[in-house]
Ligand binder design. Structure first.
Ligand code: FAD
Ligand code: FES
Length: 252
């Protein structure tokens, strides 16, 4: 983990309210794992004071991409960055996805902006695996499938793809894949991850989930991002023990 200044190369609105920020940084030379994140100081000013965490979306040479939507002041400021602006970034942080193993089918479950870490994961998953991406949103405008492979969609309102949520979509499709040869990788809002974990635990699927928490330091000092663990009596830290966990290891 290092702290570095990065040069903004571009900020592009790829669909309404969804942005790809590309920065040039020596951080890209570090061996980042998909699912890890960076903590970005969006401005030099005192507000917002704290850094904001974003999953590493993609790494191409010395360019790192982040994918984000605007939810408050920090992300609004990021969306207005211009080519040549400087951002101070700490990363790569946390524990990412474990994409090695004997599975044949990599099933990606992305809820809305939860699609952010998966372009990088897809790039790293060995070529001999079959990758399928299930992307869910409230409406068709909320589905994000930037650089995803073999996309199958669901919407809560039925405006595109399967009518229902993305976990229900998975439940309706999963019989097509041999359980012993399938691994699930997921990121999205907590209610989605909770429903998915219940399904995968009850049905014996291997599943890793990328969780979210409001963060301050981003590397294990402030204890502000704790989540209850299943196997130990200590709380786990999303920033240091996660953000990616085995679904059976955390209580969301
Ligand atoms: C490990 C990690 C990786 C993330 N990766 C991405 C990513 O790739 N793309 C992306 O768009 N977002 C990602 N997020 C969420 C992102 O960090 C927040 O959206 C951002 O910090 C909001 O900053 P803001 O100043 O715009 O909004 P704020 O003004 O800080 O918050 C606006 C509202 O959003 C809520 N909020 C803020 N942060 C979170 C959070 N982490 N979880 C739940 N609610 C929150 C606040 O409580 C408030 O209601 C990630 C979060 C974590 C912890
Ligand atoms: S954000 Fe400070 S310990 Fe996790």
């Amino acid at each position: 983990m290092i702290e570095k200044n990065a040069i903004v190369k571009s900020v592009e609105e790829i669909q309404k309210g969804i942005f790809i920020l590309k920065v040039e940084s020596e951080l890209s030379a570090l061996e980042a794992t998909p699912g890890q994140f960076c903590n970005i100081k969006v401005d030099d000013s005192l507000t917002p004071l704290l850094r904001r965490p974003f999953s590493i979306c993609d790494v191409e040479g010395n360019i790192i991409s982040f994918q984000f939507n605007i939810v408050g002041e920090g992300t609004k400021i990021l969306s207005q960055k211009k080519k040549g602006d400087i951002l101070n970034i700490i990363g790569p942080l946390g524990v990412g996805f474990n994409y090695s193993g004997n599975y044949e089918n990599a099933i990606i479950i992305a809820g809305g902006i939860g699609a952010a870490p998966f372009p990088f994961l897809i790039e790293k998953i060995p070529n001999n695996k079959n990758i399928i991406s299930f992307c869910g949103g409230r409406t068709k405008n909320d589905i994000i499938s930037y650089k995803l492979k073999n996309v199958i969609t669901s919407t809560d309102d039925g405006s595109e793809g399967f009518h229902g949520n993305v976990v229900e979509l998975l439940e309706s499709e999963i019989h097509k894949y041999d359980k012993a040869k399938t691994k699930i990788f997921a990121c999205g809002p907590n209610p989605m991850l909770r429903a998915l974990s219940k399904f995968t635990i009850e049905n014996g699927y291997e599943c890793e989930i990328s969780t979210e928490s409001v963060m301050a330091c981003g590397f294990g000092i402030c204890q502000g991002c704790n989540v209850e663990g299943v196997h130990s009596d200590r709380f786990l830290l999303v920033c240091k023990d996660g953000p990616v966990f085995n679904a059976e290891d955390v209580k969301l």
